[in-house]
Design a binder for this molecule. Sequence first.
Ligand code: NAP
Length: 234
Amino acid sequence: MADNGSVLVVGGTSEIGKRIAKQYADQGESVIVTSRDAAKAQAAAKDIGGDSSGIALDLVKPHEIGDALGEVGPVKYLVLVAIERDSNMIDDFNVDGALNLFTMKLVGYAEVIHALRKRLSDDSAIVLFGGLAKERPYPGSTTVTTVNGGVSTMIKSLAIQLAPIRVNAIHPAIVGDSPFWAATPPEVLEAFRVRTPLGRLVEIDDVVHATSFLLENKAVNAVNLNLDGGWLAM
Ligand SMILES: NC(=O)c1ccc[n+]([C@@H]2O[C@H](COP(=O)([O-])OP(=O)(O)OC[C@H]3O[C@@H](n4cnc5c(N)ncnc54)[C@H](OP(=O)(O)O)[C@@H]3O)[C@@H](O)[C@H]2O)c1
């Protein structure tokens, strides 16, 4: 185990979560990844390699999160990546989809931190994942926009309550090489690319690098990092 504990990635079966976990496993850290399914979490840990393990945890069952984390020891870095996307229009509002996403990110993320509170040290750091729908809503983003806005304010409250533990959020634009976008028609992604000053979309490597920065830089706290290649400036 690394100094002050493990690296815990909630949503560690997503490609983004897995790559964050792998970076730390490759550095010799002890890594724990979660999935709703224990076998899937263990398979992801096997792919990640090194000193990795997988556990089951369901963010939409917040009352069960404490027990799910029962075997986890001290935690150095906590990364909350998990999402189940909700496409929701106010004219055709889906209450179950809304409750699911709100519970996951606004209650579940907070409950994970609450459950781990005594296993965090002053040197621990936490990163929550939001997204740029907080700035740029799109049709169907009723709940995603609201939840990402919630993440962006939650970190400020947490950074104060957990001080000196640092709490930051990352808000990526479209991560072009993430599996979520694989089935998207190329012309849709191209429309985003041409409106990105960088001339390319954000990639998973960029997200991993930025997450490490937020976790490791000792002065970065209560920051919402928009990772967008300048897209919001256009
Ligand atoms: N991809 C992008 O372009 C993009 C852009 C902006 C922001 N983001 C943010 O980046 C993060 C990762 O996105 P992604 O595209 O890599 O996601 P993804 O591939 O859809 O992966 C979602 C992850 O969440 C886990 N998960 C789903 N429901 C869960 C639940 N009820 N409880 C616990 N875990 C659950 C999944 O695990 P199991 O299925 O194994 O349970 C999986 O590990 C998200 O927070 C997203 O909002 C992504």
